[in-house]
Ligand binder design. Sequence first.
Ligand code: AMP
Length: 214
Amino acid sequence: MKLVLLGAPGAGKGTQAKKLIEKFGIPQISTGDLLRAAVAAETDLGKEAKSFMDKGELVPDSVVLGMVEERLGQDDCQEGYILDGFPRNSAQAEALDEMLGSLSMELDAALSVDVPLEDLMKRLTGRRTCRECGQMYNIYFSAPAEEGKCDKCGGELFQRDDDKEETISKRLEVYNQQTAPLIDYYQEKGILKSVNGTGGIDEIFVSVCSTLGL
Ligand code: AMP
């Protein structure tokens, strides 16, 4: 299964991608995670990306495309992958088509996870992630048993810098202007599928699987 996950920040793409990985063992390629790792490691690429990420803007295509191309060429991606947070604009979508063409790969589906705008703010401001194992929580909907501590591994929970309120508005604006048009792009290619992203995580996962015929 070669899949693109579409949806606004906070729609639950990462959460559903993690469930797909657990169940089907296909790798998730999250450009946001790759960029955060580069920022944490203070690589040149990370230093360049950080200023854009802190402002809620998109990192330049040249940075992201090289990163994705390298990842897609790795052995574990040959049977399938879930692209999460990429493509983010039409230039990236076109570049992805070219990359896949040269690797003789084809996407099976682009899955849009739809959540009303008014729900997204609470999801984003409430989001907390475990520093150790990456498990995600939400202080409003799925709080950990003990505040600030991961239920699974006891690791420390943190709030992403770009999940602060002022940056979130910018990220949602960028999504509406640059990423939402990709829904039409994949619709025209005939591979768009959509799920309602409101409700419980497991309930949404059932819809994801049935929509994808898994
Ligand atoms: P995410 O974790 O997908 O919400 O991404 C967090 C931030 O990383 C975004 O607000 C962007 O600054 C940057 N980013 C992630 N993916 C991309 C991408 N495909 N193109 C450009 N910037 C990206």
